[in-house]
Design a protein around this ligand. Structure first.
Ligand code: KIV
Ligand code: ZN
Length: 532
């Protein structure tokens, strides 16, 4: 019997294709490497396992020896998830794929995934095959894959632009020959949710009628050309399918694939919508690792996550408007109904000309100030607003501290003062030599790092004994021309997050200045809190 029963029919299986479809994303110009390296793939696969994905699609082994090596290493060392890889409907490719993933067969499982186009456009122009030839190739290739493993997935490529009856003929041919998962891709991001959901729902109904209920898993795979990848994937889940193919941060061909984080969180947070048999649908993803996984993929791919990206973007839980900040201070769920901590994020208030007193007071409290006196709070608010209007930027914590201290007549004393800073690259290694005055006494330290800023931060940590990391930074040139002055906004992470801004002749120098300013603010905030 060609069966692979779902353990719990409410389990939505997460098939992650970051390392295959995601790796097909062009990287920014000048970013190296333009594809994941062997080590990137191994590290990301280990992280995906921690995150709890059911299946990792690791690559396309017949595309290059490097691809083959990375896929087989993951199959050897990543134990837990099913290890999948993609092949065309060509016997030699399937043989190569199997050699790559075979080590996983007795561990988490090894899946062969075969793709062949079924839309008129793909068959006629790309494949130059007739319908009967396509059907014959599906039968032959799925059968070959089944000789190796009982876990075989078939995808009729460009399914959403395929004639429905022909797509079903292709699917049932694959099922007849042993396919255990049928993935129905919206390859070019063409479908509308109210077409895609019913198409997959009807395909599931027909496959269930043909071979028995839930004997074959039906899967959704969407691209974001019309910005509908998440909507289409969720429409398919709503229609009854049980596997979703997704990538971290939604990276993938052209406009990308469905972002894993969006689908997983929608299913988790809306059990009233996503349910079956009177129970919620569920995934086994641990959302606590979503931000960390997103950052790993961002760093290794060079594909920067937009600030307003749901769940994992820097602004996903940042609030600016005074009304919103006030709402949150009174009752978090007014504007923050999902807990940022569950995805490894934190809630934050941006202090700008649009913010009100509630947000500002809450940030002031974090800095150890008491602004409970309404008149004091109003006075500071006016100063903050004027400053934000003048600089046309959000007010950072180090600036807010200065405004409040000035208002209250307090002098800010810096325990840590930067002296000379030298930064250079020698033999591809970044080094930084800094002099730092601590309580007036000079300390000279030299350190290496992963880039100039990292080397300088190591040196400062070494001199101060404080283990304060930069969570993120953004540098920008402030003028035109190659010798333009630079500005840098950064966030450091201690017990609380502190934002800071500085300007200098280069981004690394501005970043180090901003970093020291943040360290001093943390030091003074801790002192203030101790005295309360
Ligand atoms: O988008 C697509 O059709 C694919 C297939 C290989 C599933 O990536
Ligand atoms: Zn795809």
């Amino acid at each position: 019997m060609l069966e692979r029963k779902l353990r719990d029919s409410n389990h939505i299986k997460i098939f992650d294709t970051t390392l295959r479809d995601g790796d097909q994303s062009p990287r920014p110009e000048g970013f190296k490497p333009q594809q994941f390296t062997f080590q990137d793939k191994v590290d990301i696969a280990a992280m995906l396992k921690k995150l709890g994905v059911d299946t990792i699609e690791t690559g396309f082994p017949s595309s290059s020896p490097a691809n083959f090596e990375a896929v087989s290493e993951i199959a050897r060392i990543v134990h837990g998830p099913t290890i999948a890889c993609l092949s065309g409907a060509v016997l030699a490719d399937i043989d190569t794929s199997w050699r790559a993933i075979e080590p996983a067969k007795d561990i988490g499982g090894a899946r062969l995934h075969i793709v062949l186009g079924t839309s008129p456009t793909h068959m006629y122009y790309k494949l130059e095959m007739t319908e009967d030839e396509v059907i014959a190739a599906i039968a032959k290739s799925v059968k070959r894959a089944r000789e190796y493993t009982d876990d075989v997935e078939f995808s009729p490529e460009d399914a959403s632009r395929s004639d429905f009856e022909f797509m079903m003929r292709a699917i049932l041919t694959a099922v007849d020959n042993g396919a255990t998962t049928i993935n129905i891709p919206d390859t070019v991001g063409y479908a509308m949710p109210w077409e895609y959901g019913p198409r997959l729902g009807e395909a599931k109904r027909r496959v269930d009628n043909y071979i028995g209920k839930d004997q074959v898993v039906i899967s959704a795979h969407c691209h974001d050309d019309l910005g509908l990848a998440t909507a289409n994937t969720l429409a398919a889940v709503y229609a009854g399918i049980r596997q979703v193919e997704v990538t971290i941060n939604g990276i993938g061909e052209r406009a990308g694939n469905t972002p894993l984080e969006e689908v997983v969180q929608a299913i988790h947070y809306r059990p009233d919508i996503y349910q079956a048999n009177g129970r919620p649908l569920f995934t086994i993803i641990n959302p606590n690792y979503l931000k960390e996984t997103s950052q790993l993929v961002e760093t290794r791919s060079g594909l920067v996550v937009q600030r307003n990206k749901a769940h994992v973007g820097a602004n996903a839980f940042a609030h600016t408007s005074g009304y919103h900040q006030q709402g949150i201070v009174k009752h978090r769920e007014t504007y923050e109904w999902m807990d940022p901590k569950t995805v490894g994020q934190e809630s934050s208030f941006a202090i700008s000309a649009q913010s009100g007193r509630a947000g500002m007071d809450s940030r002031a409290r974090q800095l150890g100030f008491d602004t409970s006196d309404v008149e004091v709070s109003k006075g500071i608010r006016t100063k903050v607003k004027n400053y934000a209007d003048e600089t046309e930027r959000a007010v950072t914590d180090t600036e807010l501290e200065k405004i409040i201290a000035d208002f209250k007549g307090e002098t800010l004393i810096n325990r840590f003062v930067l002296g000379e800073v030298e930064m250079h690259e020698v033999d591809h290694t970044s080094r930084s030599k800094i002099t730092i005055f601590i309580d007036g006494k000079p300390h000279e330290v030299e350190e290496k790092g992963n880039g100039l800023i990292d080397a300088a931060v190591h040196a400062i940590k070494n001199a101060t004994g404080l283990n304060i990391d930069i969570a993120n930074y953004a540098g920008m040139s402030l003028e035109e021309g190659s010798n333009a002055k630079s500005g840098c906004t950064l966030t450091v992470k201690n017990e609380i997050k502190i934002t800071s801004y500085a300007e200098d002749e280069s981004v690394p120098l501005a970043a180090i200045k901003a970093y020291i300013a943040a360290v001093n603010t943390i030091d003074r905030s801790e002192q203030r809190k101790r005295c309360q």
